[in-house]
Ligand binder design. Structure first.
Ligand SMILES: O=C(O)CCC(=O)C(=O)O
Ligand SMILES: [Fe+2]
Length: 314
């Protein structure tokens, strides 16, 4: 199988044999919990257009961007200005500085299967709304495909096992913009603090700024997860680790300052579960003498506590 320069698998989704793909995925999930996917079916021109429009938004004056602040602080929508979110707190490490990054989040486009808070789309540039909505929709389809592959890889009761539990999931598309900064503050050794995602998994797209995203490998060493042209980076979050009794790893990751002063843009697509889906250990992941490490919990209950900490509410 093809590997990235730091040894992370690059899995080709155009393979016609799903069991073969599932085998590669299973190995990656046990090792570091992350892999790249290529030939994923998402239009590459759409990805480029979406990056272009989001970058244009972030380049606007702060007074303009402040019009898109999250109107309802309890949901992940709208603009989050520079240094207003705290990933250390999200991980339970309190009293540390906010991250030097600005963000904008979008939930499902209109017509979703249940009522959810609306998005407010910036009108600069005008094409942003259409590109974001199409990107959101294409990634949702990709997430369903990946969930089927994960179900096969984990020996779940059926290939639709996870998918059925995310049909009403309010997936979040969140762009992270790291402005060019000549002198990082002395206490800021990261641009996005060390964390695991509170998702089942996340599909990340990056611009071409390398030497930024790092993951912890199976030996606990930091290694770069640089952009791979035309590929998405997929990392497991805590929920698939809980579901598999830690047989699969939630990837520990962070963003550091690149060697050369450079801005950076990434788009994280957080796949989430139905609010009432219960996260419980799969029987296929328990040896006869083994017991589940985590108590059963609804997805909503699990995620609300962590999201509150991200916004500074403990
Ligand atoms: O910007 C990146 O590459 C990573 C962002 C990230 O880890 C996240 O949004 O959870
Ligand atoms: Fe993350």
């Amino acid at each position: 199988m093809e590997l990235s320069p730091s040894g992370i698998p690059i899995i080709d989704l155009s393979f016609s044999e799903p069991n073969q793909v599932a085998q590669y995925v299973s190995k990656a999930c046990k090792d570091t919990g992350c892999f790249y996917i290529k030939n994923h079916g998402v239009d590459l021109q759409l990805i480029e257009n979406t990056f272009h429009d989001l970058r244009t938004f972030f380049e606007q004056h702060i007074d303009y961007k402040m019009n898109f602040l999250d109107p309802n602080q309890n949901v992940d929508r709208g603009y989050h200005p520079f240094e207003t979110q705290n990933v250390n707190a999200f991980m339970g490490r309190l009293g540390l500085p906010n991250d030097p990054v600005e963000k904008i989040s979008f939930g499902p486009p209109p017509g979703f299967s249940r009522p959810v808070p609306e998005n407010t789309y910036p009108d600069i540039p005008l094409t942003l709304k259409q590109h974001v909505e199409t990107y959101y929709t294409q990634l949702r389809q990709l997430a369903e495909r990946l969930f089927q592959i994960f179900a096969i890889a984990a020996n779940a009761p059926s290939k639709d096992f996870f998918q059925e539990k995310c049909i009403e999931g309010e997936h979040i598309m969140k762009a992270n913009f790291y402005p060019k900064i000549s002198t990082p503050k002395p206490h800021q050794d990261t641009r996005f603090a060390t964390h695991t995602d509170s998702t089942p998994f996340t599909i990340l797209a990056m611009d071409d700024c390398s030497r930024s995203l790092q993951i912890q490998n199976s030996k606990g060493e930091w290694t770069y997860a640089d952009p791979v042209k035309g590929a998405f980076f997929v990392n497991l979050g805590d929920v698939l680790a809980m579901w598999t009794n830690d047989k699969w790893k939630a990837t520990v990751h962070r963003v550091v300052w690149p060697p050369k002063e450079q801005e950076r843009l990434s788009i994280a697509y957080f796949v989430v579960m139905n609010p009432d889906a219960v996260v419980e250990c799969l029987e296929s992941c328990l040896a006869p003498d083994e017991t589940p490490k985590y108590a059963n919990i609804s997805y909503k209950e699990y995620v609300t506590a962590r999201m509150n900490r991200l916004e500074g509410k403990y």
